[in-house]
Design a protein around this ligand. Structure first.
Ligand code: IPM
Ligand code: MG
Length: 360
């Protein structure tokens, strides 16, 4: 039976980076006889324009039925003034939540070829290989009550809630420890246990889970310190496991260690490793449609899709190798450009990866 992948290009640079990623996926499918069938749908602003909502029921039904989802990015100024309940981002949060994609893996790996592109000194970042495991379907992103109200004195007030249940913490902690076992066996759990009740439970549960992983070294860090350590000495980290909001912030920060957020793929997995794969960056409306965006994060997300949802290690390794080969050739999009390199556009970068993959 053929495996189905739902492709959701989304908004802004989404369609152009997905176009390149799909070229790579189609070649990999052919080369390794994977026999994938691709179906396309809308998410975010594109879905608002077509269906009036950021995630149509029919698209959600399709997402449940397929084996994996490949997503570009969502959002843009066109939909910024729209009712908050149907903003493009709501579609993204809904698909994550409805599919139960609680485990978000965001690797921050510095390709040695890009040491010069990082804003940090090469010796601080060379060899960097961190995996951020972010809880993706709980915490303050989904907590209730939330809303805006008016106080007795007439002042407006808004509030959010940050809840975490034991089972939510336990399952993401397990993902962190399982991932660490495949790497350098070190987990740093990031929280704000000196202030937040939810973080104190987080820490307690992570310590309980750690008992099942005596071979993995566990440390804890407050999120403010973690933000500092990430730019001071990032190589001290292997796996970072953290909540939804802290993970959102720290993963953007970690991306800059690698030269550009345009290099960071991500996987969002449910308990059976069904997943949605997307670059960690946003829809970059300012450069959309200009052939300027870096498609590598999306192409590397295709590698993660093959690795995690289809256990096709050889194809995943080959795509990552092809990306490395293209960087060796000196090809750079604007975000990772440094003097002496050859500046290319989105499509040329994608074509170069396809050519490199074809040669492997
Ligand atoms: C991310 C993004 C999203 C998030 C936005 C677009 C809702 O920043 O995937 O990191 O905050 O999770
Ligand atoms: Mg983010």
């Amino acid at each position: 039976m053929s495996k189905k992948i739902l492709v959701l290009p989304g908004d802004g640079i989404g369609p152009e980076i997905i176009r390149e990623a799909v070229k790579v996926l189609e070649l990999a499918s052919e080369k390794y006889s994977l026999g994938f069938e691709l179906v396309e749908g809308e998410l975010g602003g594109a879905a608002i324009d077509k269906h009036g909502v950021p995630l149509a029921d029919s698209t959600l039904a399709l997402a449940r039925e397929v084996d994996a989802v490949l997503l570009g990015a969502v959002g843009g100024p066109k939909w910024d003034t729209i009712d908050a309940a149907i903003r493009p981002e709501r579609g993204l949060l809904k698909i994550r939540s409805e599919l139960g994609l609680f485990g978000n893996l965001r690797p921050a790996i510095l390709y040695p070829q890009l040491a010069e592109a990082s804003t940090l000194k090469p010796e601080v970042v060379s060899g960097l290989d961190i995996l951020i495991v972010r809880e993706l379907t709980g915490g303050i992103y989904f907590g209730t009550p939330r809303g805006t109200t008016t106080l007795e004195n007439g002042e407006r007030m808004a509030y959010d809630t940050l809840p975490y249940s034991e089972s939510e913490i336990r399952r993401i902690a397990k993902v962190g420890f399982d991932m660490a076992r495949l790497r350098s066996k070190k987990v740093c759990s990031v929280d704000k246990a000196n202030v937040l009740a939810s973080s104190r439970l987080w820490r307690e549960v992570v310590i309980e889970v750690a008992k099942d992983y005596p071979d993995v070294e566990l440390s804890h860090m407050y999120v403010d310190n973690a933000a500092m350590q990430l730019v001071r000495a990032p190589k001290q980290f292997d796996v970072i496991v953290t909540d939804n909001l802290f993970g959102d912030i720290l993963s953007d920060q970690a991306s800059m260690l690698t030269g550009s957020i345009g290099m960071l793929p991500s996987a969002s997995l449910d308990s059976n490793n069904k997943g949605m794969y997307e670059p960690s960056h946003g829809s970059a409306p300012d450069i959309a449609g200009q052939n300027l965006a870096n498609p590598l994060a999306t192409i590397l997300s295709v590698a993660m899709l093959l690795r995690y949802s289809f256990k096709h290690v050889a194809a995943a390794d080959a795509i990552e190798q092809a990306v490395s080969d293209v960087l060796d050739q000196g090809l750079r999009t604007g975000d990772i450009f440094s003097p002496g390199m050859r500046k290319v556009g989105t499509a040329e970068m994608g074509d170069a990866v396809v050519a490199a993959l074809a040669k492997l």
